[in-house]
Design a binder for this molecule. Sequence first.
Ligand code: KIV
Ligand code: ZN
Length: 498
Amino acid sequence: MSEKLYIFDTTLRDGEQVPGCQLNTVEKIEVAKALEELGVDIIEAGFPISSPGDFKSVVEISKAVKNPTICALTRAVEKDIEVAADALKYAKKGRIHTGIGTSPYHIKYKLNSNEDEIVERAVAAVKFAKKFVEDVEFYAEDAGRSDNAYLARVVEAVIKAGATVINIPDTTGYCMPHEFGEKIKYLVDHVSNVDKAILSTHCHNDLGMATANTIAGVLNGARQVEVTINGIGERAGNTSLEEVVMTLRSRKHLGIDTEINSKKIFKTSRLVSSLMNMPVQPNKAIVGKNAFAHSSGIHQDGVLKHRENYEIIDPVEVGISESSIDLTARSGRAALKHRLQLLGYEFDTDELNKLYEEFLDLADKKKGVNDEDLKILVGSKHIGEERAIELKHLQVLCGQSAIPMATVTLDLKGEEFTSTESGNGPVDAAFKAVKKLIMHKIKLEEYVVQAITRGSDDLGKVHVQIECKGKIYYGFSGNTDIITASVEAFIDAINKIV
Ligand code: KIV
Ligand code: ZN
């Protein structure tokens, strides 16, 4: 049985402070419900004194959410605490989070005060908050740069005043993991009543060490972590929930775990990202688009042989259906074969080799080759099939002030023939040049071009219908060059007559 680590989610308070990420109350309720489903223990729903909107959100989230404790932030100011208590009146379990700066910077330059006075104000704030709720969390702002001995004095005093949770924020993201870990250990060793409260970490990511610091805190005795979805938050962000949760899940021997339903992580990440207009960076740990994507040939081969060769977490555990084998110009035959198998295609070695060459050709032109591209590649290349007519060469001249011209070389049963034609556009010119080289009398009945997916580098898909001696034949091709795709589709249809 693992020891429980409490997850205090501050996406809706510290995360929401990011410019451009503000949510309205309805959106906040949607996120709060998703956090509840995810299994967080505490939701910091806002800073009620800061605006009527924040006040209303805390009220509405308190009504909407049943299981997690709802927490409201305050300064060590009576009015803040009264307003927070009022906002929490509908919460099944409410917590007031009050606090004050304890670093020399904050004491002198922000609060224009001194150490003794800060202890008094901290104690007074906790005692005042206790009049409204049982559960009072105290934060020692800028604890990361606070003197450990002084911090221990403040912490001991506020626990004595009734604080149930003590938050040790690295407000400026200054600490290194060993320093933050030592800070928590110092408090565990030097605060005589530390067993009466839970120590909490609240790390910012200014030096990219928020998760490492948080884990160091946990290893040294913290049993609550303050985190946000996707690590969003002021400046470089807060500790990301998914990173902490999955670090502990991938180290069961530590015997510390959360009650997070990790399978909901990805869904929650995308909800927060879309509502907050905050894209998740592709290489973001756990939830980035590339977090479980393998693109180099060696890694793809290794993952296909045994997933754990290159993955420490099963993507299914975080709600991603499977690892993706991204097909790029660096992919090997094993990856191509695997993806084709998933699409239901089986090829022998010769066919696969031929297809692989064509795949590499396409991958050089496109950044990534997707399933649609592969289906077209397979469908239009007629692996292993003898073709009576093959396109050997195509050159077109077109543009705003040019007369469209096309030169086509076809392989007709082993012999090459070339012709050049003009037309009202490059496709018309190329079709005429093809027609000149073949014996059949054909009529183009239908010609459809479609862009398949997203970018301008994507494949164009062409369907043609031709008529020959009263019969209809269909042709199809896909190519990043739509003129080439058109001619290939045209030839595909002609081959069916032959
Ligand atoms: O970073 C910080 O110090 C905070 C406190 C208000 C808890 O967000
Ligand atoms: Zn913060």
